[in-house]
Design a protein around this ligand. Structure first.
Ligand SMILES: [Zn+2]
Ligand SMILES: [Zn+2]
Length: 246
């Protein structure tokens, strides 16, 4: 999803944009290592202090908020900027490519799919290791960053036919613990303006009911005069619902 060019159709298994490089694998290894160090700090700190409830509750909070974080990030990347935007340009282009050719994510190799969130996790979590040993903080950080890192795997599973998924993954999706195929499929309809969350998807209905992203889009339009891509897609593809009041 992150490196597919938008100007060509899906290619086969040998497509170099779908295969993992050693650089991708190194970033995924470093991301997983930082997550595991946080997990170890949480467990060892909790054992030393005989304090398990707070780190476990912090971990649950991390799981719930990671879904929300992926939603806001996905919304921002889908709607604003362009291929030439600094830092995020490649991902913005790739997300648009994913809308055009959604099934290519199922042919993407593991590290190729996860290396971008793995970089973000490595860069943000390493300083926390140096600054903090609190088991509750690390309970949150370990689960939150682990879910962010693997959000692209949850995403790939949401695009994979049920018959090709391991039974455990199907059970997680059916239980609402991993974003379901049906829920994510709702995102893949023009104007691509809902169901942005892709860890558990637990926030998707709430955000849709509250029209949270619409409110943010209107606010940004009023303050900055910037129209999100979903408004443009809505104008192009017909009104799924009246969204842009301006
Ligand atoms: Zn999208
Ligand atoms: Zn998708």
């Amino acid at each position: 999803m992150f490196t597919t060019a938008t100007n060509r159709p899906n290619l086969g298994l040998n497509d170099p944009t779908l295969t993992s490089t050693w650089s991708h694998r190194a970033w995924v290894a470093s991301g997983c290592s930082t997550v595991l160090v946080s997990l170890a700090k949480a467990i060892m700190g909790a054992a030393e202090a005989h304090m398990w409830l707070e780190p476990i509750l912090a971990g649950l909070l991390g799981y719930i908020l990671a879904d929300l974080a992926t939603g806001f990030y996905h919304w921002g990347i889908d709607n604003y900027g362009s291929a030439s935007t600094p830092i995020f340009g490649t991902q913005i282009e790739a997300f648009q490519g994913h809308h055009k050719w959604p099934s290519s994510i199922t042919r993407r190799q593991f590290a190729n799919n996860l290396h971008i969130p793995a970089r973000a996790v490595t860069i943000t979590v390493l300083p926390i290791h140096l600054a903090c040993n609190d088991p509750t903080v690390h309970g949150f950080v370990a689960v939150w960053s682990g879910c962010i890192l693997f959000s692209q795997q949850f995403h790939a599973w949401a695009h994979t036919p049920k018959s090709r998924l391991p039974p455990l993954v199907v059970a997680l999706q059916d239980a609402g613990l991993a974003v379901s195929r049906a829920q994510h499929a709702a995102h893949h309809r023009p104007p691509y303006d809902n169901n942005y969350c892709k860890v558990s998807g637990v926030w998707n209905n709430f955000l849709e009911k509250q029209r949270a992203f619409e409110a943010l889009e209107k606010m940004l339009f009023i303050k900055l005069g910037v129209r999100p891509r979903s408004w443009i897609a809505l104008a192009t593809n017909g009104p799924k619902r009246l969204k842009n009041p301006f």
